[in-house]
Design a binder for this molecule. Structure first.
Ligand code: ALG
Ligand code: ZN
Ligand code: ZN
Length: 310
C-alpha cells in the first residue's frame, strides 16, 4: 500500500500546505521509491535572478494535478510511493559550497529523485549523485541554451556551464548526450564546435517543428538505448509565451504540448533521475510557467513510476 496525495474531493485542493501534488512528506512515509525535492538556489545566474523561488511556486501550481496519467496509462502514486522531500538548504553566498551540499543531500536519499530548481547550476551536483549510484549516465537536456560554456567572469560553476563540467568530470556517458530545443543567439560559432567536441548532439527548436515529435523521439531513443538516463529540463526550452517566468528567455521555443509529448515518448527508458529548473516566478503571469513546470515534473515522476518493477 502506498500513501497517496490528499483527496481533493474531500479536502479542497486550495486548502492546506503545498507539498508537490499534495503528496505526503518524506518524513511521513516509511520509505519512498520516488522523491520530489526542491533546490531553492539561484546564485549561478547570468541575467534575471529569482529561480530560488521556483520550488515553492511549482509546488503551489501542482495542487491541481490529479492521480491518473491517461497519456502514460499509469497512476504513479499508487504504483510506487512518491513523497515530497522538502528543500535542500544551500549557501546562497558560496556556489562551490552549495554544489557540495546538493551533491551530499541528493546522494543521501535512497530513492529516485525529481528535483525542482533552482537555476541550472544544480544539475552538476545532481548528475554527480546520479553517476555515483549508476555510473556515467546518458543525458537528455531540454533547454534553449547549450549550458556547455566554460566560465563566466572566471567562475566555473554557473548556470551556463554545468554540462561542460560534467563531461570533464567523466560523469556522463559521452555516447549518449543530446540537447533538445536549442535556439537563439550564441557568442560565436565556436560554441557549437566545442559543444560537439564534448559529444553532444543537437535537436533544435526548429527541428522539433520540422521533423515532428515521433521522428525526434525515435532518434533520441536510439541514442539512449538501455543506458541509465538523466533528464534535465530547463523550463526556458519553452517559448516565452509558454514560460515567461524564467531568467534567460529566448524567442522561438517549443510549446508545452511538444515538450510533454516528447517526454511521454520516453516511456520504458531506464530513467534514473530528472530535474526541472529555471522557474523564476517574479516574471511569471497567472502561474503559466509554474503550471507548465508542475506538469513536466508530474510526467517525470510518472516515467519513473512506470519503470519501477512492481
Ligand atoms: N541555463 C540557462 N537558463 N541559461 C544559461 C544562459 C547563459 C548565458 O547567459 O549566456
Ligand atoms: Zn536555458
Ligand atoms: Zn539551462
Amino acid at each position: 500500500m502506498t500513501r497517496g496525495p490528499v483527496d481533493s474531493s474531500k479536502i479542497p485542493r486550495f486548502a492546506g500546505p503545498a507539498t508537490f501534488a499534495r503528496l505526503p512528506r518524506l518524513d511521513e512515509v516509511e520509505r519512498a521509491d520516488v522523491t520530489v525535492i526542491g533546490v531553492p538556489f539561484d546564485s549561478g545566474v547570468s541575467y534575471r535572478p529569482g529561480a530560488r523561488f521556483g520550488p515553492a511556486a511549482v509546488r503551489e501550481a501542482s495542487r491541481l494535478l490529479r492521480p491518473y496519467h491517461p497519456g502514460l496509462d499509469v497512476s504513479p502514486f499508487e504504483r510506487v510511493q512518491v513523497a515530497d522531500g522538502g528543500d535542500i538548504a544551500c549557501n546562497p553566498f558560496h556556489i562551490e559550497e552549495a554544489v557540495e551540499t546538493i551533491d551530499a543531500a541528493a546522494s543521501s536519499i535512497d530513492s529516485r529523485l525529481v528535483t525542482i530548481g533552482g537555476d541550472h547550476t544544480i544539475a552538476l551536483p545532481l548528475l554527480r549523485a546520479a553517476a555515483r549510484k549508476h555510473g556515467p549516465v546518458a543525458l537528455l537536456h531540454f533547454d534553449a541554451h547549450l549550458d556547455t560554456w566554460d566560465t563566466y567572469f572566471g567562475a566555473a560553476y554557473t548556470h551556463g556551464t554545468p554540462f561542460r563540467r560534467a563531461v570533464e568530470e567523466g560523469i556522463l556517458d559521452t555516447e549518449a548526450l543530446s540537447h533538445v530545443g536549442i535556439r537563439g543567439p550564441l557568442y560565436g560559432k565556436r560554441d557549437l564546435e566545442e559543444d560537439r567536441r564534448l559529444g553532444f548532439g543537437i535537436v533544435t527548436s526548429a527541428d522539433v517543428m520540422r521533423r515532428g515529435i515521433d521522428e525526434v523521439v525515435d532518434a533520441l531513443r536510439q541514442r539512449i538505448g538501455e543506458r541509465p538516463l538523466y533528464v534535465s529540463v530547463d523550463i526556458d526550452v519553452l517559448d516565452p509565451a509558454h514560460a515567461p517566468g524564467t531568467g534567460t528567455p529566448e524567442a522561438g521555443g517549443m510549446t508545452s504540448r511538444e515538450l510533454l509529448e516528447i517526454l511521454r515518448g520516453l516511456a520504458g527508458c531506464n530513467l534514473v533521475g530528472a530535474d526541472v529548473v529555471e522557474v523564476a516566478p517574479a516574471y511569471d503571469h497567472a502561474e503559466i510557467t509554474s503550471i507548465a513546470a508542475s506538469h513536466v515534473a508530474y510526467d517525470l515522476v510518472s516515467l519513473l513510476a512506470l519503470r519501477e518493477n512492481k
